[in-house]
Design a protein around this ligand. Sequence first.
Ligand SMILES: Nc1ncnc2c1ncn2[C@@H]1O[C@H](COP(=O)(O)OP(=O)(O)OP(=O)(O)O)[C@@H](O)[C@H]1O
Ligand SMILES: [Mg+2]
Length: 307
Amino acid sequence: MSTEALSTAEGLVHAPLIHKGKVRELYDLGEHLLIVVTDRISAFDYVLDPAVPEKGKVLNGLSAFWFDKTKDLVPNHVVHTDVRKLGDLVSEPDKLAGRIMVTKKAKRIDIECVVRGYITGGGWRQYQKNGEVNGIPLPAGLRKNAKLEEPIFTPAGKNDVGHDEDISFEEMERRIGSELAAGLRKRSLLLYDYALAVCEHKSIILADCKFEFGLLGDEIILIDELFTPDSSRFWAEEKYELDIEIDSMDKEPVRTYLLGTDWDRNSPPPRLPDDVADATTARYQEIYRRLTEPTSYGFTAFQPIKY
Ligand SMILES: Nc1ncnc2c1ncn2[C@@H]1O[C@H](COP(=O)(O)OP(=O)(O)OP(=O)(O)O)[C@@H](O)[C@H]1O
Ligand SMILES: [Mg+2]
């Protein structure tokens, strides 16, 4: 690939680094936060080497696209995405262009708001045990990847250490109060319905997705990232089938490669060959193109109705 991957923005951003996730870095700009999406890629909970060129731009670009489309439905944290406005706070702005988002600082609500329109992944594993997902009983006899009659809201408690924990809606109410819990559920279902319809026009199925919300005073805003392959499960319509493990639209070349090696998943993973990294870049670019390109109807994504 022509462009070089960015595996960290440390050294390029002259502000305190306050959090380094597997993929993103958060810097403190005082009144605001700076989110940099690097090209790092993770699979099976490991960060892999090398980073995947362009991946960070696609993730940041998709978040920016969806935050803009949904801003009238649910207000969000975006201030701007223009690296030039950062001035002396950054060196080599060209390396960061397209990967940054300056956001409002919110008080994070420690719940991952998950909506599932299809029964798959962790939801499917729960259903197989007892016919329920996060305490919501579902009809008997559903097959893996089936579309649910109605999307369901299946929250998880955010844990800073270890994995997030699936909780019932009642448990969410106990943790954050009934009024706020109902408010987050309503917003999550509205966002899902909207994005599901937009994706449908692009022949993509939005199987499930995760949102994070925060408080600015007493206003609820959407934070973090929105409808990216890291927070949502997208299926190409032409790949959809019941009972199988459907290829993810993004990391499939990486997973196929790793599963074809003798790596035990308990030690550092093998290095990705260049052709696998390049194939992954192409996957990310394809998702971006498919989601954001105007359809034959001539619109990029219809605007939601204002509530
Ligand atoms: N506007 C905001 N205000 C406050 N916190 C925010 C805002 N936007 C995002 N965050 C927080 O920033 C953090 C981003 O971290 P990130 O997702 O990169 O890593 P992580 O979730 O800790 O780990 P992983 O790499 O496994 O995803 C999250 O804790 C998220 O809740
Ligand atoms: Mg995260």
